[in-house]
Write a protein that binds this ligand. Structure first.
Ligand SMILES: Nc1nc2c(c(=O)[nH]1)N[C@H]1C(S)=C(S)[C@@H](COP(=O)(O)OP(=O)(O)OC[C@H]3O[C@@H](n4cnc5c(=O)[nH]c(N)nc54)[C@H](O)[C@@H]3O)O[C@H]1N2
Ligand SMILES: Nc1nc2c(c(=O)[nH]1)N[C@H]1C(S)=C(S)[C@@H](COP(=O)(O)OP(=O)(O)OC[C@H]3O[C@@H](n4cnc5c(=O)[nH]c(N)nc54)[C@H](O)[C@@H]3O)O[C@H]1N2
Ligand code: SF4
Ligand SMILES: [Mo]
Length: 866
C-alpha cells in the first residue's frame, strides 16, 4: 500500500491530501502536516476517492467524432491550426484556459500562445472569478500581491466576510475561523451578503444589503476613517479619493445599501474599534460591473486605517479555484505577460529574450467575454479550450454555444468525454485527471504545493503540458518546448520569475529554479516569494515606480441590471456546498448529490406570495436572453426582491438548468469580469401536467418535450421528470425497442411503469400530478436484486412498497449520510446541541460543513417543541 502526499483539486484553500492506493481502491485523508488544513478536509475533499473511477472519462483523442491515435489527432489539429494562421494570421487563434490547470500546464499554454503563435488571445475562466481582485491589487499596490495569510484570519480581532459564503465555498478555512473564535471569544465576525447564508451562522452582525451596493458601504467607511483622523495624505490619490468619500455619510450609505443606519454604524464602529481587521472578499464583490472599484474600496479602508501589512490585518481576496493564483503567476490572463510581467517595453524585451521568442505578442489580447464575442463574429476562427466548460459558465450561454457551433476549429482538452462544451469540439484531447497528474498549484495565501500522481494514466490520457508541447512541435516550435517532465517546466517558470529581477517584480520564486528532481519530488508547501535575494515583500512600499501605495477614487455604483414590471426580481447565482461548478466530477458522486440534488430557486416568503409560488413546486425563471427551470425553496433569509440559484446545473445534468442562459454579458470596464450575480428576471410557477421519477440502468436521451434533472445514484441513473405532454407512450416504445417486458399500472393520478429483461429490472418510472413520493432505497435495492415473486413486483410498481425503512429526508451530513428525518427525531428525543447530535448520529463530527444546518434544525425543532 503506497501513500502519496498531494493537494485537493477543488477550492483555493489548497488543502493537503494523503492518498492511499491498495487492492481495495483509493482512500484519501487530510494531510496533518499541510499548513493550509492541518489534516482537515471538507466533504468534497473527503469524497475525492469516489471521483477517481473511469466511467464517463475521455480516454482517447477524437477527430470529428472518431477515435484516433495521438499522432493522428496532433497532426490533424496542427494542420488545421497552421492553415488558419497562414490564412488569417495569429490573431484568428485563441486559447481559453482554466484556474484548474496546474502551473506547468498553464505556463506551457501561455508560452505557446503569447510567445510563439504570437497573439495574446489566451484568457481563462479566472476572468469570471479573480480578475477584479487582480485589478484591485495592481491599482493599489502596483502588483498582484495578496498581502495576507490564513494565520492572519486566526489572529485577527474582526473578520469581515463580504460577498463570500465561505462556510460552503472555503469550508476548511471557515472551520479554522470557527475554531479561532472558540479559542478567542473576543474575535468578532461580520458577514455582508444580501442573503442570510450558512456563513452567517457565526456572525455577530449580518448586513443584508441591497445587491450590488457594497461600494457605498466601503466608501462610507473611508469617510468615517478620515473623520476619525486618519492621515490619508500618505497615499497617492488621497485627495481625489477622499473628495468623493466625504459625500457618503452614514444616512446616505444606509439608503444606498437598503440598510438601517444603526446596522451601518454598528459595522463602522466594529471596524474602527478592532485593532486588527481582515476583510475576506470573493464573488459577491468581484463578479460585478464595478467589481474592481469595490475591491479598491475595500483595500482603501485597510490602507487608510493602517489595518494592513501586519499580523491579523489586510484586504484578503480568497481565490476560488485550486490554481487561480498559479494562473495569475504564469500570466494566464490576456492582459498580462508571463511571471506577472506586463506589456511594457522592458518586460516585453525580457520575456522575448528569455524564451528566445521572435514573435512575442506586443499588446494584450481579448478577455473572456470579448473573446467569445470574437468567435461569434468570426474574427477568431480557432479556439482551444482546456480545463473549463464555457458553454455553462460564461454569461449568455446561448450566444456562447452559437459561437462555438459556428467556429471552424474547436479543440477541447478534457478529462470527461461529454460536456456542454465538448459537444462542439472538432478535436478532443484526453487529459490526465487529478491523481494522475504531476505539478504545482498555488493557493489563496500564495502557498505553492505539489500535486502528485498516485494512479497510472488510464487509456491515452496525457498531461496537459505534454499535449501543449506536442502541439508546439506540430506548429514548428519544438526547440522551445522540449521538456521531458513537469519538473523541467516548473524550473523554467521559476527561473523566469527571477530573471533580471532585483526586487522590482513581487513575484519571484527564482530560488526554486535550481531544485533537483529529488528536491522537486520532496518539495513541501512554500509561500512566495522564494527569491535568490534575501528580501521579504515590502508591502508598505509596494511596486509602483514611485514606491508609494495608492488610494483609488471610487464612485459607488449599484448593479447594472434594472428591474422593471416585466423583470421585477434580481437573480443572484453562486455555489452550493457539495457541488463543484459544472458538476463534471462531483455530479457523479451520489453522496454529494444528497444534500441538494436539484436547481433550487430560493425566494423570500414575501416574493413567494407576490409571485404565487409554492415551496417544493416547480418554477420558470426567464430574462430576455433565456429560460431556466428550478424548484422553489422559500427562505426567510432571502432578501425580498431577489432570488438565488446555483450556477452548477447544465445540459448534461438537466434540461433548462443553466443559469447563465439568463445572464447578460455585462462586464467591469477595468477587469473585464462579468456581472454574474445580478440579473433582472421574471419568475412564474409551473404546474406541469405530470411529474415523475425514473431510475434506469442506462443513460437516456429524453425527448425535447420532457423536462428532466439527472441525479447521481450508485448503480443506476436517476431522473426527475416533468412535462405537459404525455410521456408514457414514448417510454413504452423505448422499452419495447430494447426488447424489455413492460409492466404498467395507473396508480392514483399517475401511471407507473417497470421494464424487465430476463427478470432483471432495467427501468422504473413513477408519475403523479405532483412529485410522486417513492421509496428510493427499496427501488435502488430492486436494481441490485430483483424481487422474487409477482406480489413483490406488483408492490414495487406502487413505488412505496409497504414495510420498508422510513424516508431519510434530505441528507444533511454528507460525510456520514445522516438525513434530516433522523436528526429531527434525535432532537425531538432530547438532543439539545450539535455536540450531542454528533455523539449520537456522528453528523457534523467530521468536516463540520453541515454544522450551520444542524444548528438551524435544532433551533427550528426546539422552537416547535416549545
Ligand atoms: N462547494 C463549492 N465550493 C467552491 C466552488 C464550488 O463550485 N463549489 N467554487 C470555488 C470557486 S471557483 C469560487 S470563485 C469560490 C466562490 O466563493 P464564494 O464567492 O463564497 O461563492 P458564491 O456562492 O459564488 O458567492 C458568494 C456570495 O456572494 C453573495 N452575493 C451576491 N451578490 C452580492 C452583493 O451584491 N454583495 C455581497 N456582499 N454579496 C453578494 C451571494 O449571495 C453568495 O452568498 O468558491 C470556490 N469554492
Ligand atoms: N452565473 C454564474 N456564472 C459563473 C459563476 C457564478 O457564480 N455565477 N462563477 C464563475 C466562476 S468564479 C468560475 S471559476 C467559473 C467556473 O466554471 P468552469 O471552469 O467552466 O467550470 P468547471 O466545471 O470547473 O470546468 C472545468 C472543466 O475542466 C475539466 N477538467 C478537470 N480537470 C481537468 C484537467 O486536469 N485537465 C483538463 N484539460 N480538464 C480538466 C472538467 O471536467 C470540467 O469540464 O464559473 C463562472 N461562472
Ligand atoms: S476546503 Fe477546498 S481545498 Fe480543502 S478539501 Fe474542501 S474543497 Fe478541497
Ligand atoms: Mo471561481
Amino acid at each position: 500500500m503506497s501513500e502519496i502526499r498531494t493537494t485537493c483539486p477543488y477550492c483555493g484553500v489548497g488543502c493537503g491530501v494523503i492518498a492511499q492506493v491498495s487492492e481495495k481502491g483509493v482512500n484519501v485523508r487530510g494531510d496533518p502536516d499541510h499548513p493550509a488544513n492541518f489534516g482537515r478536509l471538507c466533504v468534497k475533499g473527503a469524497a475525492l476517492a469516489e471521483t477517481t473511477g473511469l466511467s464517463g472519462r475521455l480516454l482517447q483523442p477524437t477527430v470529428d467524432g472518431a477515435k484516433v491515435s495521438w499522432s493522428q489527432a496532433l497532426e490533424t489539429a496542427g494542420t488545421r491550426l497552421r492553415s488558419i494562421i497562414a490564412q488569417h494570421g495569429p490573431q484568428a487563434v485563441a486559447f481559453y484556459a482554466s484556474g484548474q490547470l496546474l502551473t506547468e500546464d498553464y505556463y506551457a499554454a501561455n508560452k505557446l500562445m503569447k510567445g510563439f503563435i504570437g497573439a495574446a488571445n489566451i484568457d481563462t475562466n479566472s476572468r469570471l472569478c479573480m480578475s477584479s481582485a487582480v485589478t484591485g491589487y495592481k491599482r493599489a499596490l502596483g502588483a498582484d500581491v495578496v498581502p495576507c495569510s490564513y494565520e492572519d484570519i486566526e489572529c485577527s480581532d474582526l473578520v469581515v466576510l463580504v460577498g463570500s459564503n465561505a462556510a460552503w465555498t472555503h469550508p476548511v478555512l471557515y472551520q479554522r475561523l470557527v475554531q479561532a473564535r472558540q479559542t478567542n471569544p473576543l474575535l468578532k465576525v461580520v458577514v455582508i451578503d444580501p442573503r442570510r447564508t450558512a456563513t452567517c451562522d457565526i456572525a455577530d452582525l449580518h448586513l443584508p444589503l441591497l445587491p450590488g451596493s457594497d461600494g457605498g458601504l466601503f466608501v462610507g467607511l473611508l469617510n468615517r476613517i478620515a473623520t476619525d483622523g486618519a492621515a490619508l495624505g500618505d497615499f497617492d490619490g488621497a485627495t481625489e479619493t477622499l473628495a468623493i468619500a466625504r459625500d457618503w455619510d452614514v444616512a446616505r450609505v444606509a439608503q444606498f445599501c437598503g440598510l438601517e443606519v444603526a446596522e451601518v454604524t454598528a459595522f463602522y464602529d466594529a471596524f474602527m474599534h478592532a485593532p486588527k481587521v481582515v476583510t475576506l472578499y470573493t464573488m459577491g464583490i468581484n463578479q460585478s460591473a464595478s467589481g474592481s472599484d469595490k475591491c479598491n474600496a475595500i483595500i482603501n479602508v485597510h490602507l487608510a486605517s493602517g489595518k494592513y501589512a501586519r499580523a491579523g490585518c489586510g484586504p484578503f481576496s480568497l481565490t476560488g479555484q485550486p490554481n487561480a493564483m498559479g494562473g495569475r503567476e504564469v500570466g494566464g490572463l490576456a492582459t498580462q505577460l508571463a511571471a506577472q510581467m506586463s506589456f511594457d517595453p522592458q518586460d516585453l524585451s525580457r520575456v522575448a529574450r528569455f524564451w528566445g521568442a521572435e514573435r512575442l505578442a506586443q499588446t494584450p489580447g481579448l478577455m473572456a467575454v470579448e473573446l467569445f464575442e470574437a468567435i461569434g463574429n468570426g474574427k477568431i476562427k480557432a479556439v482551444w479550450i482546456m480545463g473549463t466548460n464555457p458553454a455553462v459558465s460564461l454569461p449568455d450561454s446561448h450566444a456562447v454555444c452559437q459561437a462555438l457551433a459556428a467556429c471552424p476549429l474547436v479543440i477541447v482538452s478534457e478529462v470527461v468525454a461529454d460536456t456542454d462544451t465538448s459537444r462542439y469540439a472538432h478535436i478532443r484531447f484526453p487529459a490526465q485527471a487529478w491523481g494522475e497528474k504531476n505539478g504545482t498549484v498555488t493557493n489563496s495565501e500564495r502557498r505553492i504545493s505539489r500535486q502528485r500522481a498516485f494512479l497510472s494514466s488510464p487509456g491515452e490520457a496525457r498531461a496537459d503540458w505534454w499535449i501543449i508541447a506536442q502541439m508546439a512541435k506540430q506548429l514548428g516550435f519544438a526547440g522551445a518546448f522540449s521538456w521531458q517532465n513537469a519538473w523541467e517546466v516548473f524550473c523554467e517558470h521559476a527561473a523566469l520569475s527571477g530573471f533580471e529581477n532585483n526586487g522590482e517584480r513581487a513575484f519571484d520564486i527564482g530560488a526554486l529554479a535550481d531544485m533537483t528532481p529529488a528536491q522537486w519530488e520532496d518539495m513541501t508547501p512554500v509561500r512566495w516569494p522564494v527569491s535568490r535575494r534575501v528580501a521579504p515583500l515590502n508591502l508598505w512600499q509596494g511596486w509602483h515606480a514611485n514606491q508609494r501605495l495608492r488610494l483609488v477614487p471610487v464612485t459607488p455604483q449599484g448593479m447594472t441590471t434594472a428591474c422593471d414590471a416585466l423583470y421585477p426580481l434580481v437573480l443572484n447565482s453562486g455555489r452550493i456546498r457539495d457541488q463543484w461548478h459544472t458538476m463534471t466530477r462531483t455530479g457523479t458522486v451520489s453522496r454529494l448529490m444528497q444534500h441538494i440534488s436539484e436547481p433550487l430557486v430560493e425566494v423570500s416568503p414575501e416574493d413567494a406570495v407576490r409571485f404565487q409560488l409554492t415551496g417544493g413546486a416547480l418554477c420558470r425563471i426567464s430574462s430576455p436572453r433565456g429560460l431556466m427551470v428550478g424548484r422553489v425553496a422559500i427562505q426567510p433569509g432571502q432578501r425580498a426582491g431577489s432570488a438565488f440559484t446555483s450556477m452548477h446545473w447544465n445540459n448534461s445534468f438537466a434540461r433548462h438548468g443553466r443559469v447563465n442562459a439568463l445572464v447578460a454579458p455585462v462586464c467591469d470596464p477595468h477587469s473585464g469580469q462579468p456581472e454574474s450575480k445580478q440579473t433582472a428576471v421574471r419568475i412564474m410557477p409551473w404546474q406541469p401536467q405530470w411529474q415523475g421519477e425514473m431510475f434506469s440502468r442506462h443513460q437516456l436521451t429524453l425527448p425535447g418535450f420532457v423536462h428532466w434533472w439527472r441525479k447521481a445514484a450508485d448503480t443506476v441513473f436517476h431522473y426527475t421528470l416533468a412535462g405537459d405532454r404525455e410521456f408514457a407512450s414514448w417510454l413504452c416504445q423505448y422499452c419495447t425497442a430494447q426488447g424489455w417486458q413492460i409492466q404498467q399500472a395507473y396508480w392514483g393520478q399517475g401511471l407507473n411503469i417497470l421494464a424487465w429483461r430476463e427478470g432483471q429490472l432495467m427501468l422504473g418510472f413513477w408519475s403523479a400530478a405532483t412529485q410522486p413520493e417513492i421509496d428510493t432505497v427499496t427501488i435502488l435495492a430492486a436494481f441490485v436484486r430483483a424481487p422474487d415473486n409477482a406480489e413483490m413486483r406488483h408492490a414495487l410498481l406502487s413505488g412505496k412498497p409497504a414495510g420498508i425503512a422510513p424516508d431519510e429526508g434530505a441528507i444533511v451530513c454528507s460525510c456520514f449520510s445522516v438525513g434530516e428525518t433522523a436528526i429531527v427525531r434525535a432532537i425531538t428525543d432530547g438532543c439539545q446541541s450539535v455536540q450531542t447530535l454528533g455523539q449520537q448520529l456522528r453528523c457534523g463530527s467530521n468536516c463540520g460543513s453541515c454544522i450551520p444546518e444542524l444548528r438551524a434544525l435544532l433551533k427550528q425543532t426546539l422552537t416547535l417543541k416549545e
